[in-house]
Write a new protein. Structure first.
Length: 131
């Protein structure tokens, strides 16, 4: 029995079919908020993807501060470094990210790691802090 990998589809379309569409045609498959953003900002999105393709051709890293760019099929397979306010976080674009914004994959806040309570902060250690 052969195990075959299931092909990724987005709203019933394969990645190859979606890559043939421009941003405005792809916007028809997005949810309402993302569709409105894509239709209003389609020039910025197209400009970003064109710039990214030229940088890939020159073997340069794609670094951006534009966290609000919607991920389109033309970006699938790219490695983009997105700024999170401190450093550029590497993101490998895959099909499941379509329709999301770049900033969603570059968290701006670090995970909180709680240590143990300090001296004087609990009732058991109150007497130690008075000495």
């Amino acid at each position: 029995m052969e195990l075959t990998k299931k092909q990724f589809t987005y709203r019933g379309k394969t990645i190859e079919e979606l890559k043939k569409l421009d941003v405005r045609e792809f916007a028809k498959y997005l949810t309402s908020r993302q569709r409105r953003f894509a239709l209003r900002q389609f020039q910025r999105i197209e400009e970003f993807t064109n710039r990214a393709k030229t940088k890939i051709a020159k073997n340069k890293a794609i670094r951006t501060h534009s966290r609000d760019i919607i991920i389109t099929p033309a970006m699938v397979g790219m490695k983009i470094y997105v700024y999170n306010g401190q450093k550029f976080m590497p993101i490998e674009i895959v099909g499941e990210m379509l329709g999301h914004k770049l900033g969603e994959f570059s968290p701006t806040r670090a995970r909180i790691k709680h240590g143990k309570a300090g001296v004087g902060s609990t009732k058991g250690t109150r007497s130690k802090s008075k000495k």
